[in-house]
Design a protein around this ligand. Structure first.
Ligand SMILES: [Mg+2]
Length: 231
């Protein structure tokens, strides 16, 4: 989440900044995600994700005054985001993304600053939760096809001791490759299941939004734009 050389840990502030970038990125790609979902499902994935992220931003804003007693820890914040997504994102994606954030949050409970190996482990717990909830595996043409390679790339980066910024770039790249890999797949979960062979030749919308979320973890510096963070 954009933790650079000057900041090797991720805090609740970074997560809030990530949500802001994610909302902008998803809104910008809302029509594309709807179009991808129209080919395989019911055409509302972009709208649903946009609505959900706006709800998250509102929930975090409304809560801000209550935080005067002390900021939320990273785990509690992620669980809060997850519960809001479950309640506000329509279709299968709400429970799936919700579970991802909630389970990742449980793995970070009580932590106020988290390093890359810890984030990678927590996201892997989130990935496992999503796979369980969706009863999906790699190759089923779902969110998981972008999520799993991205988490593996983060873990590999953490194991190799590379800077967090670079590890997040590699994770986003792995997620994008994962999206491309869904094109020739025949769907084994979700609404696209009813299409059978005809689901081939289309990018999975859930994998695509997952890639966009990973790309939103890169802050201004790493994505080549001026950072909005002052440090
Ligand atoms: Mg849909």
């Amino acid at each position: 989440m954009g933790a650079g050389a000057s900041a090797v840990t991720i805090t609740a502030e970074d997560v809030v900044a990530f949500v802001g970038r994610a909302a902008v990125t998803i809104a910008r790609h809302e029509a594309l995600l709807d179009r991808l979902d129209a080919a395989l499902g019911d055409g509302d994935h972009g709208t649903n994700m946009s609505t959900g992220l706006q709800a998250v931003i509102r929930a975090l804003r409304d809560e801000a005054p209550a935080e005067a007693a002390g900021p939320l820890d990273v785990g509690a914040l992620l669980r809060r985001i997850g519960h809001t997504l479950v309640a506000s994102v329509g279709g299968a994606s709400g429970p799936l993304y919700g579970t991802l954030f909630i389970e990742t949050g449980f793995a970070l409970d009580g932590r106020h600053a988290v390093d890359l190996p810890t984030v990678a482990r927590a996201l892997d717990a989130g990935r496992a939760g999503l796979a369980r909830r969706g009863r999906c595996r790699l190759g089923d043409k779902t969110i998981l096809d972008a999520l799993e390679p991205a988490v593996r790339a983060l873990q590999a980066g953490a194991d190799a001791g590379i800077p967090p910024d670079e590890a997040f770039v590699r994770a986003a790249r792995a997620a994008r490759a994962g999206v491309r890999a869904t094109i020739p797949m025949v769907a084994r979960r979700g609404l696209a299941l009813r299409l059978g062979e005809r689901s081939r030749g289309h990018r999975d919308p859930g994998a695509t939004s997952c890639f966009l979320l990973f790309r939103s973890m890169l802050d201004g510096r790493t994505s080549g734009r001026p950072s909005r963070r002052r440090r």
